[in-house]
Write a new protein. Structure first.
Length: 128
């Protein structure tokens, strides 16, 4: 069981009104088609992005479809190498017990903010 189920988080974002407008919905479909073409021409991990994740990449690249597809492809490569779907609740609890991870506060959509200590004692990576 994955520790961070993507669907639940995505559905919450959609409920809070961050879903695509009519124009963005068209581009989400265009990006899905482009990823299908990428899958036919290059080896990609078997992972399906939700519409909200595709929209996040599209918005994050300021509406540039080509950059969004490139970013999603790089995300797939990262997932293949680091296997985040294999992280379990037990693994996270062990890190919390060792005080390498702690939760403090929430973001604008009420997701918990998780701080992960890096190699430098005073450096943290924040996930919301």
């Amino acid at each position: 069981m994955a520790a961070f189920p993507e669907k639940g988080r995505e559905e919450m974002v959609a409920v809070n009104g961050f879903g695509p407008n009519a124009d963005e919905a068209v581009f989400v479909e265009v990006i899905k088609e482009a990823l299908a073409i990428e899958r036919a021409t290059r080896p990609l991990p078997n992972y399906e992005f939700s519409d909200m994740t595709i929209l996040r990449f599209y918005r994050g690249r300021k509406g540039d479809v080509k950059k969004a597809v490139t970013g999603l492809y790089k995300n797939l490569e990262w997932r293949a190498e680091h296997k985040p779907s294999e992280i379990t609740d037990d693994m996270i609890q062990a890190e919390v017990k060792d005080k390498k991870i702690f939760v403090s506060g929430v973001d604008k959509t009420m997701r918990p903010c998780i701080y992960v200590g890096t190699s430098n004692l005073f450096s943290y990576v924040l996930f919301c």
